[in-house]
Design a protein around this ligand. Structure first.
Ligand SMILES: [Fe+2]
Ligand SMILES: [Fe+2]
Length: 307
């Protein structure tokens, strides 16, 4: 690993990340796994005609109302219907995030002065392209729509090349960790309708590798980006990621999913839930625990809850 050598003023070039032997062997291993575990989702997923509304599409503990008085006021039938629309929302967020991710990653393929990580990035894009397809297909077949959150409109600041590279992978990492939390819990819960569970499991099988890659690339690029950037840009970068965390959390409380579940006052409900101590505790102690612990470990302190 490259030292954080900003104090000595010795610049370390981003393009040399791939020269670090630990990083290089990890990427080599991930490429091997992507090849061995390659799944052709286009031909292998068998789509059922429908998924019943009276089954769980997400475990009740994953619902945005869980732990609050709002959940207690809903019948099991209403909670199951809400689980359908919360699942469509979670998968819609994957569509949105993966489309952005493919766009941003492919723009950096073979770019000069960037590390030679193309071999793995090709697998990354290949896998995300399949996810984007099956999440979009799922939302349209069983929900008749893909929700829009406008969640990705945060990449508006101008940063230097090193910081932009770091921030791209940091946003991808946070996005994938949040999705991964849903995949692991819903994919392992036998109460969840079998086909929905299967989609969570297929996704998680690839995502575990992407998250491993994210951790490796962030550990390297954080030191380089922060050594190469003025203090004001480092501060702006942390604020940028904080905003991304907040927008990501807020996107899980999409008012349209309450409306589609027949629950009135979706905008007010979203506001109440985002302020609810039980939900704020869930964000900090469960949903974002892993990614924020990692980010803190590389020197990026982030809060789980909107201020
Ligand atoms: Fe994905
Ligand atoms: Fe991914």
């Amino acid at each position: 690993m490259f030292p954080d050598n900003g104090a000595e003023g010795v610049a370390v070039d981003l393009s040399r990340i791939d020269e670090d032997p630990v990083f290089a062997s990890r990427v080599e291993q991930l490429i091997k796994l992507s090849r061995e575990r390659h799944v052709n989702s286009f031909s292998q997923i068998e789509w059922p005609e429908s998924i019943p509304d009276d089954e769980w599409w997400l475990p009740p503990e994953l619902l945005s109302v869980h732990g609050t008085e709002h959940a207690a006021a809903l019948s099991e039938r209403q909670l199951k219907l809400l689980s359908k629309w919360e699942c469509i929302n979670a998968f819609s967020l994957n569509v949105e995030g993966e489309r952005e991710l493919i766009n941003m990653l492919s723009a950096r393929l073979y770019a000069p002065d960037l590390p030679e990580i193309e071999h793995y990035i090709h697998h990354f894009i290949d896998e995300e392209n399949k996810h984007l397809w099956f999440f979009g297909e799922f939302c349209r077949r069983y929900g008749g729509k893909i929700y829009s959150s406008k969640k990705m409109g945060v990449a508006d600041e101008r940063f230097g090349k090193e910081m932009e590279f770091f921030l791209l992978f940091a946003r991808i990492f946070i996005f994938e960790e949040i999705g991964g939390y849903y995949n692991v819990i819903a994919g392992g819960d036998t109460r969840v309708s079998p086909f929905v569970r299967l989609i969570h499991q297929i996704h998680h099988a690839d995502e575990a590798r992407h998250i491993t890659f994210g951790r490796a690339v962030l550990t390297q690029s954080k030191s380089i980006a922060f050594a190469a950037s003025p203090a004001a840009e480092c501060e702006a970068a942390i604020a940028h990621l904080q905003r991304f965390v907040q927008i990501s959390i807020e996107a899980l409380y999409q008012p349209a999913m309450y409306r589609d579940s027949g629950i009135a006052g979706g905008v007010a409900l979203r506001r109440a839930l985002l302020a609810d101590p039980a939900r704020r505790d869930h964000h900090a102690s469960a949903l974002l625990k892993r990614p924020l612990k990692f980010m803190a470990g590389i020197g990026i302190p982030l809060e789980a809850n909107p201020a």
